[in-house]
Design a protein around this ligand. Structure first.
Ligand SMILES: C[S@@+](CC[C@H](N)C(=O)[O-])C[C@H]1O[C@@H](n2cnc3c(N)ncnc32)[C@H](O)[C@@H]1O
Length: 177
């Protein structure tokens, strides 16, 4: 949480006042993420990424953890979301299969593209301060947005750079925008 708070403090002075932000979190930690974000940006609500498949944990005593919470905020200068209005539950974006992942919490590029397409206009700039495998950066590249990624671990920086180079020139079919 400390790194997240530091990133918010550093980013909030350079983020456009009308930026949208999406933060993925576990159900147990979303209140902490919410409280860290709220002083910097106007909270708009929470989305549910419904993964349509279970997970591990207490298989007998708990419901299957088949979703992630995505907190959504927008800046003080309100910019409407782009595209058609969509419900807050996001189905149809299956998780990346373990064998295909380069990062343990890698997000599907299509899911990140869905969010980028709604939150950032064409030619706009996307920031992912915890870039991991570069899924958000790849989505931005394929949708014609510029992107800046920050990642602590060199191996993930390398993997993201290779991925972005390999996909240069590709465009992603825009989904449900
Ligand atoms: C949840 S993962 C992001 C996964 C990414 N969304 C993807 O699809 O691959 C968070 C990443 O943040 C990185 N990280 C953690 N602390 C950081 C920091 N202080 N600065 C930059 N990156 C950091 C971790 O190394 C990790 O790769």
């Amino acid at each position: 949480m400390r790194g997240f708070r530091q990133a918010l403090t550093a980013a909030s002075s350079v983020l456009a006042e009308e930026s949208h932000a999406f933060v993925f979190c576990h159900w147990a930690s979303w209140p902490d993420f919410h409280d860290a974000m709220a002083p910097h940006m106007g909270m708009k609500g929470a989305l549910i990424w419904w993964k349509n498949r279970g997970g591990t944990g207490d298989c007998e005593g708990s419901f299957a953890p088949d979703y992630e919470v995505v907190l959504h905020s927008a800046g003080s200068k309100r910019r409407p979301l782009l595209g058609k209005r969509h419900g807050a539950v996001l189905p149809g974006f299956p998780p990346v299969a373990p064998k295909k992942r380069t990062h343990p919490t890698e997000k599907p590029v299509e899911l990140m593209a869905f969010l980028v397409a709604r939150g950032c206009p064409e030619g706009g700039l996307v920031l992912d301060p915890f870039a991991g495998s570069g899924a958000t950066l790849l989505a931005a590249q394929q949708l014609g947005r510029r992107a800046v990624g920050v990642e602590l671990e060199e191996r993930y920086c390398e993997a993201a750079a290779v991925r972005l180079d390999a996909a240069r020139g590709e465009t992603l079919a825009r989904r449900a925008v």
